[in-house]
Structure formats: structure tokens, C-alpha cells
Design a binder for this molecule. Sequence first.
Ligand SMILES: [Cu+2]
Length: 395
Amino acid sequence: MGRLLRLGVATGLVAGSLAVGVSPVGAVTSPLTITADQPAAVPAGHLWAFNDFFPRSLTVHQGQTIQVVLEGFHTATFLPKGWSAAADLRANGLLTADADDTTRNPGGQTHTQVRVPALLPTSQTCGTPAAPCSFTGASVVSSGAPLGPGGPFVVTINAPVGVYTLLCRVHPGMTATLRVAPASAPATTATELAASVKRQIARDVKAGWLAEKKGSVISKFRMPNGHTHWVVNAGASSPGRHVAILEFLPRTLRVHPGDLVTWRSPSANEPHTVTFPGELHTDMVALCEGASGGPDTPATPLHTPPQGPLDFACGTGPADEIELAPGNGVRTLMNTTTVSDSGLLTSRVERAAFGLPSSAAFSKWTISVSATAPAGTYTFLCQIHDGMKGTLVVH
Ligand SMILES: [Cu+2]
């Protein structure tokens, strides 16, 4: 969800977690590192995300300091003893239903908003090498989501012996297990960690190729009127949810006027949009609260053009809420300039993980190419993922 990064750019929201890591003078070893995502392992020419912690399991001793390096739009959120990742995601995850506005979007979906606190660090004053946060196992310690290259999120594990969960509040299923071992038992060594990360990357890359291959299968059906109904995928994910393919599969599809095209959205933890002909800047829409149960109204931009979704006001305060991808409900392409925006597309699995109602997003989106549509190149993109683009060639 690269574009959400601008949230923080506009406000300095997450400054507390951004101090660049410089080892204090005299430090001899760097702490064990958990890495969220592995952009360097993405095959050239592909747009994948590893929604995964590397390694997925780590054993430490009480008092040991570790760090989490966030290589993408993720949070490193340490949960207190007994909390489950699934329950935390439903209560505190990035997406939530807009319970105040029960109207429908133009395409028919109910409203979904960004839960801004999910992106904020639990403390502005810790998380750096000079001032690690303390995880005691009694309350949440979270990095918040970073603004691209920042320092590592540094945490001293002061929790009692036991098993704890680390999760990302942006990506359902992205978790790691942290074991605090008694002093008499061994902790993970740097060498073991490096070896297990290497194996994990190899497994994930393999799973990514399979997911992309499986997702690239095109189905087509002949309709009674002689035209073709195409069924393709907007994104895909590996069965373990660790790899998300952020690509339209296929990227280019050749169709005739009168055809239908359906995009399925099978990814377990990445939402998408199918938006013609290009960027509309409606993936995150700042709104002011309407009357109870009634429609929200657009917030007022503070600059022209606005600097990001938080650069808006309601009266004298900031915008009340940010809606995710409302869409415009247009389902017929008349020509290459038709503006057609699906709005939020997710899988059932992803909706359930955030506790969203089934009405919050479609699992698939169908457009028709008008029988009078001129031949040409019809471009579309996903508003949520930078670089996720496709073309329909009408011929
Ligand atoms: Cu996308």
C-alpha cells in the first residue's frame, strides 16, 4: 500500500520511529534483526511484496535487544502475552468499516476507512538504537508504519519467559513468533538467523512464482450474443499469504467491442482497484462526518493540489476520516477516456481478517466494453499499488 506512505509525509505522523540508526560508539555487535519484506529478492520486472517477517521465529533472552527493519509499508507490532494476531487485527488493524455512514458508494459497496492509529508508533520517544523501546509483554509496542527508508525499530525484550506474537497491522497473516527463553536455554544466534532467512527467502520466491503462474490463467466464455466474457486476476497471493503478486494477470488482454471482462481479487492480504484510464487520486479520500447514518461530505483541501490525504480540514480541525477507494460505479467502457473505477476489491479472507462486512468490497469486478467502443489501447491501474498497471487492447 505504497501510496499510504503519503499519509505520514503530510503530517510527520511517524517521526518517532524514523531516527536513522547509528551504532553507539563502543558497540561491538549489532542486535539480531528481523526484516519485514525483502524487496531485493523480487525478480526483475515483477511487482511482488513479501508480506512476511524474516525470520518468522526468533528465540531471545530477557534483556536482549533486537531490531526490526521495515523494508515496505508494514508495522512491527509486539503483542502482550495472550493476545492473538487475529483478534488484534480486527480491533486495531488498518481497515475498518465506517459505521457512521451507512449509505452505499456509487458501485454499491459500503464505506471502508483507514484506521489511522494503526499507522502510529506507540511511543514517539523510543525505538532508536540510542533509546530502544521496552517490550515487557504487558502492553503493545508498535513501530507504526514508516515513510520509506528509516532506521530500524529497536526494542529491548524485557518480557518474562514465554511466547509472544509480532504482527503487521497492515497485512493479515503477517506474523512472527518471539520466544523468550530461560537463561539456561539457548537463544537464536546470528548465524542460525542468517541461515533460516536465506531458506525462507528461497521458499517464498518459489511460492511467488507458483502464485503468479497460477494467477495468470485466463478463463473465457462465449456468451449467447457471440461476445466473449473474460475472467482474469487483479493480483494473486501464495497459499501461505507470504507473497503478494501486485500485478494484473495478464498485464495486457486483447478484447473485442461487446466483450465483458471480470477481474477477480483473490489476494489474501492486498486490496486492489481496477481504475480506467489512470490515476484519479481517489484511493484515499478525506471526509467530514455527516449526520448520524447519513453520507459524509468531502473535506476541504488545505493546499492546491493537496499534499496528501491528511492535507484536508473539516472546519478548523483535521479531516474526520479517510475513506479507502470508494469507486465511481461506472461499468461500461465507451472509449479510451472513460473513467471507470471499481473501488475497493478484496478477497473474502481479507475482509474477514479486518472484520469488514461482505458489503465493504467486491471480490470481483466486471466491466463491459461497449459494442461501439473504438479500437485502441485502454489503460488501467490499481490506485492502491504504485506501478500496478494494465492494458486492454480493443481490436
Ligand atoms: Cu493493487
